[in-house]
Write a protein that binds this ligand. Structure first.
Ligand code: FES
Length: 324
Protein backbone atom coordinates (compact mmCIF):
# COMPACT_ATOMS: atom_id res chain seq x y z
CA UNK A 1 0.00 0.00 0.00
CA UNK A 2 1.44 3.31 -0.98
CA UNK A 3 1.26 6.01 1.64
CA UNK A 4 1.61 9.68 2.16
CA UNK A 5 2.53 10.82 5.60
CA UNK A 6 0.92 13.64 7.53
CA UNK A 7 3.56 14.56 10.04
CA UNK A 8 3.24 15.54 13.63
CA UNK A 9 5.09 18.77 14.21
CA UNK A 10 8.03 17.17 16.06
CA UNK A 11 8.41 14.53 13.40
CA UNK A 12 8.30 17.19 10.71
CA UNK A 13 11.09 19.14 12.38
CA UNK A 14 13.07 15.94 12.81
CA UNK A 15 12.52 14.99 9.16
CA UNK A 16 13.48 18.51 8.00
CA UNK A 17 16.75 18.35 9.92
CA UNK A 18 17.41 14.88 8.62
CA UNK A 19 16.89 15.84 4.99
CA UNK A 20 19.17 18.86 5.40
CA UNK A 21 21.91 16.62 6.73
CA UNK A 22 21.33 14.11 3.96
CA UNK A 23 21.68 16.77 1.30
CA UNK A 24 24.64 18.56 2.89
CA UNK A 25 27.80 17.51 1.01
CA UNK A 26 29.67 17.41 4.33
CA UNK A 27 27.28 14.94 5.91
CA UNK A 28 25.82 13.36 2.80
CA UNK A 29 23.74 10.21 3.14
CA UNK A 30 25.51 7.27 1.58
CA UNK A 31 22.95 5.62 -0.70
CA UNK A 32 25.25 2.73 -1.44
CA UNK A 33 25.62 1.87 2.22
CA UNK A 34 21.88 2.25 2.69
CA UNK A 35 21.23 -0.16 -0.17
CA UNK A 36 23.65 -2.63 1.42
CA UNK A 37 22.75 -2.31 5.09
CA UNK A 38 19.11 -1.28 4.94
CA UNK A 39 17.25 0.51 7.68
CA UNK A 40 19.92 0.09 10.36
CA UNK A 41 22.14 2.39 8.37
CA UNK A 42 19.35 5.00 8.26
CA UNK A 43 18.68 4.65 12.01
CA UNK A 44 22.36 5.04 12.87
CA UNK A 45 22.75 7.95 10.48
CA UNK A 46 19.68 9.72 11.91
CA UNK A 47 20.86 9.22 15.50
CA UNK A 48 24.35 10.39 14.76
CA UNK A 49 23.43 13.45 12.68
CA UNK A 50 20.12 14.59 14.15
CA UNK A 51 19.45 13.07 17.54
CA UNK A 52 18.22 10.13 19.56
CA UNK A 53 15.49 7.96 18.12
CA UNK A 54 12.80 7.10 20.60
CA UNK A 55 10.64 4.07 19.74
CA UNK A 56 7.96 6.28 18.16
CA UNK A 57 10.43 8.02 15.90
CA UNK A 58 12.00 4.70 14.97
CA UNK A 59 8.53 3.52 13.98
CA UNK A 60 8.09 6.71 11.99
CA UNK A 61 11.31 6.12 10.07
CA UNK A 62 10.33 2.51 9.58
CA UNK A 63 7.00 3.71 8.24
CA UNK A 64 8.81 5.90 5.78
CA UNK A 65 10.74 2.91 4.58
CA UNK A 66 7.69 0.72 4.26
CA UNK A 67 5.67 3.38 2.51
CA UNK A 68 6.79 5.33 -0.44
CA UNK A 69 6.94 8.60 1.51
CA UNK A 70 10.57 9.21 2.23
CA UNK A 71 11.32 12.89 2.27
CA UNK A 72 14.33 11.69 4.16
CA UNK A 73 15.21 8.78 1.93
CA UNK A 74 13.80 9.97 -1.36
CA UNK A 75 17.12 9.90 -3.07
CA UNK A 76 17.89 6.46 -1.72
CA UNK A 77 14.59 4.76 -2.39
CA UNK A 78 15.04 4.46 -6.14
CA UNK A 79 18.19 2.44 -5.51
CA UNK A 80 16.31 -0.30 -3.80
CA UNK A 81 12.70 -0.10 -4.88
CA UNK A 82 12.32 1.62 -8.17
CA UNK A 83 15.32 0.59 -10.14
CA UNK A 84 13.35 -1.31 -12.70
CA UNK A 85 10.15 0.68 -12.66
CA UNK A 86 9.22 2.30 -15.95
CA UNK A 87 8.79 6.08 -16.12
CA UNK A 88 5.27 7.08 -15.27
CA UNK A 89 3.26 9.96 -16.64
CA UNK A 90 0.09 11.69 -15.57
CA UNK A 91 -2.36 8.94 -16.49
CA UNK A 92 -0.54 6.47 -14.31
CA UNK A 93 -0.59 8.32 -11.04
CA UNK A 94 -1.20 5.85 -8.26
CA UNK A 95 -3.83 6.43 -5.65
CA UNK A 96 -2.05 6.82 -2.36
CA UNK A 97 -3.65 6.59 1.03
CA UNK A 98 -2.69 9.42 3.38
CA UNK A 99 -1.50 8.29 6.80
CA UNK A 100 -0.13 10.01 9.89
CA UNK A 101 3.35 9.70 11.30
CA UNK A 102 2.36 6.46 13.03
CA UNK A 103 1.15 4.95 9.79
CA UNK A 104 -2.57 5.21 10.61
CA UNK A 105 -4.87 6.47 7.84
CA UNK A 106 -5.99 10.06 8.28
CA UNK A 107 -9.73 10.28 8.88
CA UNK A 108 -11.09 13.27 7.03
CA UNK A 109 -13.75 14.11 9.62
CA UNK A 110 -11.04 14.29 12.31
CA UNK A 111 -8.69 16.58 10.42
CA UNK A 112 -8.43 19.77 12.47
CA UNK A 113 -9.97 22.81 10.81
CA UNK A 114 -7.60 25.66 9.90
CA UNK A 115 -4.62 23.71 11.17
CA UNK A 116 -1.92 23.06 8.60
CA UNK A 117 -0.74 19.49 8.44
CA UNK A 118 2.36 18.82 6.45
CA UNK A 119 2.50 15.81 4.20
CA UNK A 120 5.41 13.99 2.73
CA UNK A 121 4.20 13.50 -0.79
CA UNK A 122 5.76 11.36 -3.43
CA UNK A 123 3.83 13.25 -6.08
CA UNK A 124 5.60 13.28 -8.38
CA UNK A 125 7.86 10.93 -6.59
CA UNK A 126 10.52 13.13 -5.09
CA UNK A 127 9.46 13.27 -1.46
CA UNK A 128 7.99 16.74 -1.74
CA UNK A 129 6.21 18.43 1.11
CA UNK A 130 2.62 19.48 0.82
CA UNK A 131 0.03 21.31 2.92
CA UNK A 132 -3.03 19.29 3.81
CA UNK A 133 -5.60 21.88 4.87
CA UNK A 134 -9.11 21.59 6.22
CA UNK A 135 -10.38 25.06 5.36
CA UNK A 136 -12.64 26.86 7.79
CA UNK A 137 -14.09 30.24 8.71
CA UNK A 138 -12.95 32.58 11.48
CA UNK A 139 -14.77 30.38 14.03
CA UNK A 140 -13.08 27.25 12.74
CA UNK A 141 -16.22 25.86 11.14
CA UNK A 142 -15.38 23.94 7.97
CA UNK A 143 -16.11 25.77 4.74
CA UNK A 144 -16.87 24.15 1.41
CA UNK A 145 -14.25 25.10 -1.18
CA UNK A 146 -15.83 25.18 -4.64
CA UNK A 147 -14.13 24.44 -7.93
CA UNK A 148 -12.54 27.49 -9.43
CA UNK A 149 -10.62 28.68 -12.46
CA UNK A 150 -7.05 29.59 -11.63
CA UNK A 151 -4.91 31.95 -13.72
CA UNK A 152 -1.17 31.42 -14.13
CA UNK A 153 0.18 35.01 -14.26
CA UNK A 154 3.36 33.86 -15.96
CA UNK A 155 1.61 33.16 -19.26
CA UNK A 156 -2.04 34.04 -18.68
CA UNK A 157 -3.21 30.44 -19.12
CA UNK A 158 -5.85 28.92 -16.85
CA UNK A 159 -6.78 25.59 -15.35
CA UNK A 160 -9.52 24.22 -13.14
CA UNK A 161 -8.97 23.62 -9.45
CA UNK A 162 -11.52 20.94 -8.52
CA UNK A 163 -12.39 22.23 -5.03
CA UNK A 164 -12.31 20.60 -1.62
CA UNK A 165 -13.12 17.04 -0.59
CA UNK A 166 -14.27 15.36 2.62
CA UNK A 167 -17.55 15.47 4.54
CA UNK A 168 -17.70 19.26 4.13
CA UNK A 169 -15.84 19.56 0.82
CA UNK A 170 -13.32 21.61 2.77
CA UNK A 171 -10.07 19.64 2.50
CA UNK A 172 -7.41 20.67 -0.02
CA UNK A 173 -3.73 19.89 -0.61
CA UNK A 174 -1.15 22.28 -2.04
CA UNK A 175 2.56 22.07 -2.49
CA UNK A 176 4.37 23.69 0.44
CA UNK A 177 7.29 24.59 -1.82
CA UNK A 178 7.04 28.22 -2.90
CA UNK A 179 6.79 28.65 -6.65
CA UNK A 180 9.13 31.63 -6.65
CA UNK A 181 12.46 30.16 -5.57
CA UNK A 182 11.43 27.10 -3.63
CA UNK A 183 11.33 28.17 0.03
CA UNK A 184 9.70 25.59 2.28
CA UNK A 185 8.21 25.51 5.79
CA UNK A 186 8.90 27.15 8.15
CA UNK A 187 9.39 30.01 5.68
CA UNK A 188 6.01 29.43 4.03
CA UNK A 189 2.97 29.66 6.30
CA UNK A 190 -0.76 29.12 6.19
CA UNK A 191 -2.77 31.93 7.83
CA UNK A 192 -6.38 31.01 8.66
CA UNK A 193 -9.22 33.57 8.62
CA UNK A 194 -8.83 34.60 12.25
CA UNK A 195 -5.77 36.58 11.17
CA UNK A 196 -7.54 38.32 8.30
CA UNK A 197 -11.09 38.78 9.59
CA UNK A 198 -12.10 42.34 10.57
CA UNK A 199 -10.79 43.04 14.04
CA UNK A 200 -8.37 40.13 13.85
CA UNK A 201 -4.74 40.42 14.83
CA UNK A 202 -2.54 40.57 11.78
CA UNK A 203 0.72 38.73 12.50
CA UNK A 204 3.81 40.93 12.33
CA UNK A 205 5.36 38.71 9.73
CA UNK A 206 2.43 39.08 7.32
CA UNK A 207 3.46 42.29 5.50
CA UNK A 208 0.86 45.00 4.78
CA UNK A 209 1.09 44.42 1.04
CA UNK A 210 0.04 40.77 1.50
CA UNK A 211 -2.72 41.71 3.92
CA UNK A 212 -4.04 44.39 1.57
CA UNK A 213 -3.93 42.05 -1.41
CA UNK A 214 -5.94 39.52 0.59
CA UNK A 215 -8.49 42.19 1.53
CA UNK A 216 -8.82 43.43 -2.05
CA UNK A 217 -9.31 39.91 -3.35
CA UNK A 218 -11.68 39.04 -0.53
CA UNK A 219 -9.39 36.19 0.44
CA UNK A 220 -10.42 34.67 3.75
CA UNK A 221 -7.06 33.08 4.42
CA UNK A 222 -3.64 33.10 2.77
CA UNK A 223 -0.49 31.10 2.33
CA UNK A 224 2.45 33.48 2.54
CA UNK A 225 6.15 32.96 1.91
CA UNK A 226 8.52 34.98 4.10
CA UNK A 227 11.45 34.62 1.75
CA UNK A 228 10.42 37.28 -0.76
CA UNK A 229 6.74 37.87 -0.05
CA UNK A 230 4.73 35.66 -2.41
CA UNK A 231 1.14 35.19 -1.29
CA UNK A 232 -1.43 32.60 -2.39
CA UNK A 233 -5.18 32.20 -1.89
CA UNK A 234 -5.89 28.67 -0.59
CA UNK A 235 -9.68 29.08 -1.00
CA UNK A 236 -9.18 29.72 -4.73
CA UNK A 237 -6.81 26.99 -5.79
CA UNK A 238 -3.75 28.73 -4.28
CA UNK A 239 -4.00 31.45 -6.92
CA UNK A 240 -1.36 34.19 -6.78
CA UNK A 241 -2.26 37.21 -4.64
CA UNK A 242 1.16 38.86 -4.57
CA UNK A 243 4.42 38.14 -6.37
CA UNK A 244 7.20 37.76 -6.96
CA UNK A 245 5.87 34.29 -7.79
CA UNK A 246 4.29 34.11 -11.22
CA UNK A 247 2.80 30.67 -10.61
CA UNK A 248 0.11 29.40 -8.23
CA UNK A 249 0.98 26.60 -5.86
CA UNK A 250 0.34 23.23 -7.49
CA UNK A 251 -2.47 21.20 -5.97
CA UNK A 252 -2.69 17.49 -5.35
CA UNK A 253 -6.04 16.01 -6.26
CA UNK A 254 -7.63 14.29 -3.28
CA UNK A 255 -10.29 11.64 -3.03
CA UNK A 256 -12.38 11.04 0.07
CA UNK A 257 -13.71 7.53 0.60
CA UNK A 258 -17.03 8.03 2.35
CA UNK A 259 -17.11 4.42 3.55
CA UNK A 260 -13.89 4.64 5.50
CA UNK A 261 -13.44 8.42 5.89
CA UNK A 262 -9.91 7.94 4.52
CA UNK A 263 -8.22 10.38 2.18
CA UNK A 264 -6.25 9.51 -0.94
CA UNK A 265 -3.93 11.50 -3.14
CA UNK A 266 -4.94 10.55 -6.64
CA UNK A 267 -3.18 12.79 -9.11
CA UNK A 268 -1.93 16.13 -10.27
CA UNK A 269 -2.92 18.43 -13.07
CA UNK A 270 -0.56 18.92 -15.96
CA UNK A 271 -2.27 22.18 -16.90
CA UNK A 272 -1.35 23.59 -13.50
CA UNK A 273 2.24 24.46 -12.59
CA UNK A 274 4.25 21.48 -11.42
CA UNK A 275 5.96 21.40 -8.04
CA UNK A 276 8.98 23.69 -7.96
CA UNK A 277 12.02 21.75 -9.08
CA UNK A 278 10.09 18.97 -10.81
CA UNK A 279 10.23 18.21 -14.53
CA UNK A 280 7.42 19.78 -16.50
CA UNK A 281 6.09 16.46 -17.74
CA UNK A 282 6.07 15.00 -14.22
CA UNK A 283 7.81 11.92 -15.53
CA UNK A 284 9.41 9.97 -12.75
CA UNK A 285 9.54 6.62 -11.13
CA UNK A 286 6.36 5.46 -9.55
CA UNK A 287 5.46 2.93 -6.97
CA UNK A 288 2.33 1.24 -8.13
CA UNK A 289 1.68 -1.43 -5.53
CA UNK A 290 -1.41 0.40 -4.28
CA UNK A 291 -2.80 0.75 -7.74
CA UNK A 292 -4.61 -1.82 -9.81
CA UNK A 293 -3.50 -1.02 -13.32
CA UNK A 294 -6.34 -3.01 -14.89
CA UNK A 295 -9.15 -1.25 -13.13
CA UNK A 296 -7.42 2.05 -12.46
CA UNK A 297 -8.58 1.79 -8.86
CA UNK A 298 -6.68 1.73 -5.61
CA UNK A 299 -6.60 -1.76 -4.18
CA UNK A 300 -7.72 -0.56 -0.80
CA UNK A 301 -10.93 0.88 -2.17
CA UNK A 302 -11.65 -2.35 -3.93
CA UNK A 303 -11.10 -4.38 -0.80
CA UNK A 304 -13.49 -2.06 1.02
CA UNK A 305 -16.19 -3.07 -1.41
CA UNK A 306 -16.17 -0.19 -3.83
CA UNK A 307 -16.99 -1.32 -7.35
CA UNK A 308 -14.38 -0.63 -10.00
CA UNK A 309 -17.02 1.09 -12.09
CA UNK A 310 -17.29 3.83 -9.47
CA UNK A 311 -13.60 4.29 -9.74
CA UNK A 312 -13.75 4.45 -13.51
CA UNK A 313 -16.40 7.12 -13.44
CA UNK A 314 -14.28 9.14 -11.04
CA UNK A 315 -11.34 8.87 -13.37
CA UNK A 316 -13.36 9.69 -16.44
CA UNK A 317 -14.91 12.74 -14.87
CA UNK A 318 -11.59 14.21 -13.90
CA UNK A 319 -10.61 15.44 -17.30
CA UNK A 320 -8.36 18.15 -16.01
CA UNK A 321 -6.44 15.86 -13.81
CA UNK A 322 -6.18 12.70 -15.78
CA UNK A 323 -5.84 13.85 -19.34
CA UNK A 324 -2.58 15.25 -20.52
S1 FES B 1 10.80 31.72 -2.47
FE1 FES B 1 8.88 32.28 -1.71
S2 FES B 1 8.71 34.33 -2.24
FE2 FES B 1 10.64 33.82 -2.99
Amino acid sequence: MGRHFALKRDDFIFASRLIRKMRDPKTKFDERKFAEKGRDYLYNYAEEKVGPLNPGRRMFLKGILIGIGALAVASAVPVISYLNQPPVYIKNFPWIIIVDSDGNPIEASKLAVNDPSILLFQYPMEGDITFLLNMGDANDNPVSIPATTVVIPEDGSTYTFPGGVGPNNSIVAYSAICQHLGCQPPEIHFYPPKYLAPGGTVPNFLPPVAYQAAQSANAASVIHCDCHGSTYDPWKGAAVLTGPTQRPLPYVELYWDQNTDYLYAIGMNLRAPVIMGQPSDLASFAYLSSYNEQTGCPKMLLTKGQAPSQCYSKLNNEGDTFSS
